[in-house]
Design a protein around this ligand. Sequence first.
Ligand SMILES: C[S@@+](CC[C@H](N)C(=O)[O-])C[C@H]1O[C@@H](n2cnc3c(N)ncnc32)[C@H](O)[C@@H]1O
Length: 229
Amino acid sequence: MKDVYGQALLDFLIGQEKELLIHTSYGNVEEMPVEVFFREPSDFTPAEILAINNCKGRILDIGAGAGSLSLFLQHKGMEITALDQSALALEVMKKRGVNNLIKSDIFQLQNFKADTLLLMMNGIGLAGDLEGLEKLLCKLKSLLNKGGKVIFDSSDIAYLYKDCPLPNNGYYGELTYWYEYQGFKSNPFKWLYIDKSLMKEYATKAGFKMQVIDVDDYDQYLAVLTEAD
Ligand SMILES: C[S@@+](CC[C@H](N)C(=O)[O-])C[C@H]1O[C@@H](n2cnc3c(N)ncnc32)[C@H](O)[C@@H]1O
């Protein structure tokens, strides 16, 4: 099984849900509740609602997963395209009725321009690490129409280290995960959780102005990037 995560989404959609496990580089194994990817508008968090309300013009939902946010925006009559690198996630979104789909690694996307780039569920994390973040911000800039914006969420995971020292080999928000499903393991992939002030530094370096528009009790924040003057 190559696309372990996408297979879990597809099985859930057809009512054959099985346990999806997620392993982390800091030694944890947890069950990943697949229904989270299929959340209904009534399940959206206040930050997600705020993110949706800030979307304007042509929207690209990057790392759209099972397409819950894309579907909602589409039903609102917005011009929305969902992008994901997982072929089976694309199949799920197609079956759920998302009309405009792109199967691509965001780093490889060419010839597309949008007014809003949306990256949700710790979405900016697909940068993988700080080096990847520099590349991602440069890529996002190239995809934006003049006056456009990037809307994303992330969180500070320093709390994970409150009883142990911070890692001394890189930024503490750079994690590695892999999925396990039906005895099959995905390739490991990196995911970045970045605190607000470091994110602001990277955004500024990339020529963006960053505005934090929501922070919740778990230090998860929602932010908007616009081109700096
Ligand atoms: C945490 S899920 C986010 C789901 C979705 N945004 C939501 O709010 O329900 C992350 C998604 O990003 C996709 N992804 C990860 N890296 C990617 C990349 N480099 N290019 C495109 N999609 C990517 C994964 O396949 C996965 O569907």
